[in-house]
Design a protein around this ligand. Sequence first.
Ligand code: SF4
Length: 238
Amino acid sequence: MLPIVGHQPISLIDFPGKISTVFFFAGCDLRCPYCHNESLFTFNIENVIPKETVIDEIEKRSKFIDGVVFTGGEPALYDELIDLFKEIKEKADVEIKMDTNGLNPEFIEKAVPYLNFLAIDIKTTPDMYKELGSELTESDIKNRLIKTKAILEDNKKIKVEYRTTMYPPLVESYERIYKMFEFIPGNAEYFLQKFVNDKAWSSKARETHSYTVDQLERMVLEVRRNTRKDNIFVRTYL
Ligand code: SF4
């Protein structure tokens, strides 16, 4: 069973440049302190939207949407989602985007043939993932992120975006940002995303000040200059 527990019928912001319908998965293998989706950490079976309903909702909107977004939670925890991707592509002329933390390269490899857009949240450097509640070792995190990067570098047909929520305790220095580039494909757009504290589930995160937009813009300029990459941006709306 796929724990899809939420549906936003129309979105103008979740799939860049597209009108989309968005489905939310419950369950996540991380516990980012700044997460706004605490309600999705667990799920009640009564709230699950059956796969048939998901297909119906997409088919009935397919004339006025461009795409479907699967977000979470963590959609890449559920292998059965690959079958749903196949069915969507057979039944509706829509593009598919998925949001993931990038820690399940085996899933990503199977999903890539059906995806048009993949957005990957790289949180911090691998040594800090224990602060996010991960049970994986630093080297496991590193290996998984490297495998994901290699898969995406081999599949140039899908659009790929990486992003980091700029939560100061996890991204406190330029050195940490530069270390994350080891895991980001060169052709992917990379967004430094503003951390918004008021909806964070952890009290520590709620009490933590975010970087200002001015600070983030200065960081982007500095990172562009030092990495000689121009596909790095600030994102403030999420
Ligand atoms: S990976 Fe995403 S859904 Fe999971 S805890 Fe972090 S922010 Fe929340």
